[in-house]
Design a protein around this ligand. Structure first.
Ligand SMILES: [Zn+2]
Ligand SMILES: [Zn+2]
Length: 363
């Protein structure tokens, strides 16, 4: 199996031929069709997120075809088209049972292991870790069966790949976490791969206005094309003041789709009384920010986190596919550029430079 491997944080990825063990009980082997290039993987590669185990195969967003299944797998078979989910679920813990499976207690986030606590990949007899339980920068990968969500085979797999992380995270923050009602005002800080999906989530529920905030004019243009009604260039004006000017009283919902603590301060500052700030981007390890607490109390404002768009993957990933097929969810328009596996470093460079809506590695 061929994969793009991170041997050391801060160093470039290298394509290697790895040994891949077959699926064990409750696991499936997937032949990858495409993988999105996600900011979380860039943070893992450039070292801004600490403690990533190496060597590791990155990639937490992808889709492919099931090639074989391990013992006990009853709901998937060879040939099934699947979207990979970086949040495997046990179906039995407290959070799975109360309908918040994205918080499953059996996950081992950040440790680079499958849910049974081991790896299936090796190089020269030494273990290679799985990023996000799925390791999608690989021609083939082994995942827990709950990380492989079957979809309609008519759905193009390269488009399906993006549903697995950025679309779910962005649209889900609007539909599942915030439950934005029609006519509510909202602002989106950061209109990269996830933020663009927050914008189109807002358009799907008929939020208005939908204000895009970014420092790159090209990204603001992209947001306007996906349903934003206003664009604010935060390098030219104070975004909170601009949002108050456009909405009158502040925004009912603000979303922070960049991993940047000062942006959370601005997004909280831009809230109307009774408003909710939804934090999606994961800041660098240890980053904090002082917050003026008084407006939170007196105006009953809230700040909440949203992880993976509060995904209930078995329900939500096929639902998003259906919405794409019905023409109500845009994915083609998100994809800026396609790369081969050996071009992952160039994809990271373009992502860091703000040149990409979404980059896609195709196999
Ligand atoms: Zn991701
Ligand atoms: Zn669970």
């Amino acid at each position: 199996m061929k994969a793009s491997v991170l041997f050391e944080q801060g160093a470039p990825l290298r394509v290697e031929e790895l040994d891949l063990e077959g699926p064990r009980e409750g696991e499936v082997l997937v032949r990858m069709a495409a993988s999105g290039v996600c900011h979380s993987c860039l943070h893992a590669a450039d070292g801004s997120w600490k403690g990533v185990p190496v060597p590791i195969v990155l990639g937490d967003e992808g889709a492919g075809t099931v090639e074989s299944v391990g013992a006990g797998v009853r709901e998937l078979q060879a040939g099934d088209h699947v979207i990979l989910s970086w949040a495997p679920t046990c179906g039995r813990c407290h959070y799975c049972v109360i309908g918040r499976p994205n918080l499953c207690e059996k996950r081992l986030p950040g440790r680079g292991l499958l849910p049974d606590g081991t790896t299936r990949m090796a190089l020269g007899g030494k273990p290679v870790y799985h990023y996000g339980h799925v390791a999608t920068y690989a021609s083939r990968t082994v995942v827990h069966e709950s990380s492989a969500i079957r979809i309609d085979p008519a759905m193009p797999l390269d488009r399906a790949a993006l549903v697995g992380c950025s679309v779910m995270t962005g649209v889900g923050a609007v539909l599942n976490t915030a439950r934005v009602p029609a006519g509510a005002s909202m602002a989106v800080f950061g209109t990269g791969g996830v933020g663009l999906n927050v914008v189109q989530g807002g358009a799907m529920v008929a939020a208005h206005p939908i204000i895009a905030v970014d420092v790159k004019p090209a990204r603001l243009e992209h947001a306007l094309a996906l349903g934003a009604t206003h664009a604010v260039d935060a390098s030219k004006e104070d975004p909170a003041a601009a949002i108050r000017r456009i909405t009158g009283r502040g925004a009912d919902f603000t979303f922070v789709a960049v991993g940047n603590a000062p942006a959370v301060g601005q997004a909280a500052d831009a809230l109307a009384p009774g408003g909710t700030c939804v934090v999606i981007g994961v800041p660098p390890t240890g980053q904090t920010f002082p917050l003026d607490l008084r407006p939170l109390v007196t105006g009953e404002r809230a700040i909440v986190g949203s992880s993976y768009g509060s995904a209930r993957t078995r329900e939500d990933l096929p639902r998003l596919v259906t919405l794409y097929q019905a023409g109500k969810l845009k994915i083609d328009e998100l994809i800026t550029k396609r790369y081969g596996l050996e071009e992952a470093n160039e994809a990271f460079r373009a992502l860091a430079a703000g040149e990409l809506g979404r980059g896609l590695i195709v196999f």
